[in-house]
Design a protein around this ligand. Structure first.
Ligand code: MGD
Ligand code: MGD
Ligand code: SF4
Ligand code: MO
Length: 699
């Protein structure tokens, strides 16, 4: 290496943008403007220099030959994926013109933003885009497909749902991973689990599926899907019966204990066992383990929320933590939401849509005003939203003008009128929070944007300018927004400056070690005035109260007529190590072997339908159908089938598992909460050609 080459080599700090709890800190080595190496930042206490199998080859994604590098305008039918290049000025002018015309005709609400956590970076994900849509008076999107239902369930009990610092799992003696597949979805927590295990802790997994995490646990409890509320009531009933509840402590800390206890007493152990499909002895033993082997930690993340009554399940787990005197652990997002400055506009009078109901919003006949403009970024709704046939019918509407800001020609981008090419994490600046630990990081751009790509922020700045929108902050630079987010004055951000993050890459929020919202019901607030000191706000009493198992309408205990027609419960899981939601579903090197989203089915259910391992099958319900091959699995209880989530359909006629999934939102308000993805009933049959073969009618 000569001197010039050495001078041209630099290492730039950043952090992973994926919608993953771990937010790994990384270092990009850049030589002559090209990123040549990406590795985990070895100094980061939580992620410890390791990335993951999805992201180790991330530079291949950045420099992938299929990267979108120029703006595109559609030339073929929607969904077909035929486009021609167009220059940026023309693309921005056309979009501004179409938005201007639509808004003049229907008002701002005719514009629907559609985005999620394609990047979790606070700047690229939202600040400027949110200001743009507020200034436009667009329809507001409740981004509730992930995390909000779990938030509400925990908040029902805790007020502000702050769980414990996840690293404290290392000192637990009992760890219950309740409906979370830690090894797959939250892998950097596992070393802390192992540390506790090495010190004698037992690791218990509660999950209807025998996941990779369940297989590594000391004890896998496998309830029937969606029955956890009955399990919790069963456990509380045993604790109550055996005098293992510190009534004085619970009554002092929480309201509603008598009501919860009454519910637990009303549901006999016998009924809890039959609803959950577990042995009574197991429920007793789990209750005793949690009670006798303290400190215990109950950790729930997101997965269980994807049910009609997901909020009840999350509420039940939080309530059990309170009653049993265990620590409760969940997403840490709330810490960052509390600490960072609120620099996006407040909710507006415009109508609100739940993102789970995209299909309905785009296909509703009588919607006033209709949605005639869709601006999609950081989300791949054609692949990830439930009730895919409806979503695709909506995206296929000729009178819908759709703009998709993407890195690749995804299933959604193929339906766009204009596709705008956007930067990846190593090409733009961002401030990163995390939902699996307490470290904030700064992601600095390591290389120039590839081709003509622009960051989301710059695209919205140009659109705001073209539309001559008049609101503050629409021209802010990315660095300014990052600085502003850090400038709340909140005590948890004490000493965390932009400059410090520039130097170190990351910093732990200044939450005192061992602080627990369960015990300490005071949360600091940012200074309310220039001279006011830090104040705190009380979280109020913990709330228990009535809790009852309610079967989902679309479940084995639900609508009998539906169960008769569709007797199998389908769960569409995150199950590939090299997938991150829909990010890598279209990438050959990330696909499993064989490269197909197979249907896992129990031997009993397969045999009853004349299906052998490897057979082609048709999976269907009233919403749609898909064809794949079957794998006989001993990880599943009879009555349950699973398919992986995150695959791309790849062409307009193909479908993924979301063609089958349930878009219903539980709770009282359909605008609040996630879709009941996992409360989906299906039937499975041999695919027609296989049936013919079996009948000898065809070869
Ligand atoms: N059946 C079923 N469906 C599910 C789930 C399930 O378990 N089963 N899980 C649900 C959950 S929890 C979630 S969070 C959602 C995830 O759904 P999505 O948020 O759609 O998932 P991602 O694949 O993370 O991101 C989508 C896109 O963001 C793009 N992207 C990345 N960075 C940027 C950027 O900087 N700018 C722009 N404009 N785009 C960017 C990527 O190229 C990618 O195509 O799926 C939900 N859907
Ligand atoms: N490798 C990889 N990692 C990821 C992702 C990915 O796609 N791939 N996605 C990221 C995203 S967006 C998210 S939200 C997180 C999610 O991370 P997790 O919170 O771990 O959620 P899931 O993997 O969706 O579901 C966790 C488990 O819940 C179980 N479950 C479902 N219903 C029930 C129930 O009724 N009771 C009980 N007890 N368990 C139930 C499922 O079987 C599943 O094993 O993972 C993130 N990390
Ligand atoms: S996807 Fe998660 S585990 Fe993998 S590098 Fe990103 S933050 Fe880390
Ligand atoms: Mo998610």
């Amino acid at each position: 290496m000569n001197a010039a080459m050495i001078a041209a080599t630099s290492v730039v700090r950043g952090a992973c943008h994926h919608d993953c709890p771990d937010t790994c800190a990384w270092e990009v080595t850049v030589r002559d403007g090209v990123a040549v190496n990406l590795r985990g930042d070895p100094s980061h206490p939580f992620t410890d220099g390791q990335l993951c199998p999805k992201v180790n080859p991330f530079l291949d994604r950045v420099y992938h030959p299929d990267r979108l590098l120029r703006p595109l305008r559609r030339v073929g039918p929607k969904g077909e994926g035929r486009f021609e290049p167009v220059d940026w000025d023309a693309a921005i002018a056309e979009i501004a013109d179409r938005i201007g015309t639509a808004v003049a005709q229907h008002g701002g609400e005719t514009v629907l933003p559609y985005s999620l956590d394609g990047t979790q970076g606070l700047v690229q994900k939202g600040v400027l885009a949110d200001r743009f849509f507020a200034a436009l008076g667009a329809t507001q999107l409740n981004r509730h497909i992930c995390g909000v239902t779990a938030w509400h369930g925990a908040a029902d009990v805790l007020g502000l749902p702050l769980g414990a610092d996840p690293t404290e799992i290392a000192s637990a003696r009992t760890i219950v991973l309740w409906g979370t597949n830690t090894l797959l979805t939250n892998r950097h927590l596992w070393p802390y689990v192992e540390q506790a295990h090495g010190n004698g802790a037992s690791v218990i997994v509660v999950d209807p599926v025998s996941t990779m995490t369940a297989q590594r646990s000391d004890w896998h409890i496998q309830p029937r899907p969606g029955t956890d509320v009955a399990l919790v009531l069963g456990i509380i009933g045993v604790l109550d019966r055996d005098g293992l509840i510190d009534e004085e402590r619970v009554s002092a800390a929480a309201s509603g204990w008598p009501e919860l206890r009454a519910e637990a007493r009303a549901l006999s152990l016998d009924s809890a066992a039959s609803i959950t499909g577990l042995a009574e002895a197991d429920i007793i033993s789990l209750a005793h383990r949690i009670s006798h082997q303290q400190p215990a930690v109950l950790r729930a993340l997101i997965g269980m929320e994807h049910r009609e009554h997901g909020q009840d399940i999350h509420r039940a787990v939080a309530a059990l933590a309170v009653v049993s005197g265990s620590e409760y652990m969940r997403s840490t997002q709330v810490y960052f939401d509390t600490a960072f400055a609120d620099i996006v506009p407040p909710p507006r009078p415009q109508r609100t849509f739940n993102m789970s109901a995209l299909g309905a919003a785009l296909t509703a006949a009588a919607l006033q005003p209709p949605v005639t403009v869709l601006l999609n970024y950081g989300c791949n709704p054609a692949a990830i939203t439930p009730d895919q046939n409806r979503v695709l019918a909506g995206l296929g509407r000729d009178d819908l003008f759709a703009v998709v800001i993407e890195q690749f020609m995804t299933d959604t981008a193929r339906y766009a009128d204009i596709v705008l090419p956007t930067t990846t994490q190593i090409e733009h600046l961002d401030l990163m929070n995390a939902w699996g630990h307490l470290y904030v990081s700064l992601n600095l751009p390591a290389i120039e944007p590839l081709g003509e790509c622009l960051p989301n922020t710059e695209i919205f700045r140009r659109l705001a300018d073209a539309l001559a929108l008049d609101a503050s902050g629409l021209a802010d630079s990315d660095e300014q927004m990052a600085r502003d987010l850090l400038a709340s004055g909140h005590p948890w951000l004490d000493g965390i400056t932009y400059e410090r993050l520039q130097r170190d890459g990351w910093a732990r929020l200044a939450v005192p070690a061992g602080w627990s919202a369960l015990a300490d019901r005071e949360v600091p607030l940012p200074p309310s005035g220039v001279d006011a000191g830090a104040q705190s706000r009380s979280l109020g009493p913990i709330r228990l109260g009535t809790l009852r198992y309610r079967p989902a309408a679309e479940s084995a205990d639900g609508d009998a007529e539906l169960v008769e027609r569709y007797p199998l419960a389908l769960m569409s899981l995150k199950q590939h190590q090299r997938f991150l939601n829909s990010h890598y579903g279209g990438f050959e090197h990330h696909l499993p072997d064989p490269p197909e989203p197979r249907l896992d089915i129990s031997a009993a259910d397969a045999e009853a339908r004349g299906i052998a391992g490897g057979d082609r099958v048709r999976v269907y319900n009233d919403r749609g159908e898909l064809f794949t091959s079957a794998a006989i699995s001993d990880r599943l209880q009879p009555g349950l089938v699973t398919m992986p989530f995150g695959w791309w359909a790849g062409d307009a006629d193909a479908r993924t598992v979301n063609v089958l999934t349930n878009a219903a939102v539980g709770g009282d308000d359909p605008d609040v909460g996630s879709a009941a993805f996992h409360d989906t009933l299906v039937e499975v049959e041999p695919a027609p050609d296989v049936q013919q073969t079996a009948n000898g009618a065809s070869s």
